[in-house]
Ligand binder design. Sequence first.
Ligand code: PLP
Length: 253
Amino acid sequence: MAESDGQEDSFRERLAHIRARMAAACARAKRGADEVELIAVTKTFGPEAVRDAWQAGIAQLGENRVQEAAAKIPTCVSGPEWHLIGHLQRNKVRPALELFTVLQAVDSERLLEQIARVADETGARPRVLLEINVSGEASKFGLTPEAAPAAIEHTLTLPSLTLEGLMTMAPFCPDQELTRPVFARLRDCRDRWERQFGIGLPRLSMGMSNDYEVAIEEGATWVRIGTALFGGRPRWQPARSSEDIEERTWVVE
Ligand SMILES: *Cc1c(COP(=O)(O)O)cnc(C)c1O
């Protein structure tokens, strides 16, 4: 896909706009601007989007599907750290560990076991976040807050995995204030489980294009931003739910 200089400029402009809003949200929450990192979500976009992000100083990139990432990442500039932000099937753990350094959406103990098994075999040392379904939406992936403590305990017995924190996906709401309680609840869970297990869970991955500012106000350390940075995704339709977003597929050109 050819890109004109005009589009390069608008990428820079969009990034500057996001960075300014992130800084303002940090200031409102009396947090340091360096406490929050932007993860650029490149799903459905090609290697030129990866290059734009990397050249603009974004070192953390996210993809939501192993298959798409396997087709894309080898064709991209090397250097970025890749985060798997979408649901991981157990039969895709092996390629996932070759592509990603952070697995953000770990959502079951069986998946944890499979990750540990492959990591032990290959010597990979994945960093993981547990995905928590805070809002209780039936269609969503993620551990319930009730099931999470057992999963945390389990993770702590798996030496090849480093548990860095928690991730959640809020229901899509045009009004980001409506998602604030979801983010606050994830932070409360984190604080409680840190005390309960005597561990640090420093990473809170929450907030996307439409709600990253409230997520930052509620304690996000990683915000995962796609469309606000790169523009509408190819074959874009207004998302009615997060599942809608996940179902969009990458077309290899
Ligand atoms: C697509 C996706 C994002 C980014 O969504 P935008 O609304 O485009 O910013 C963030 N997190 C996950 C898990 C995603 O699948």
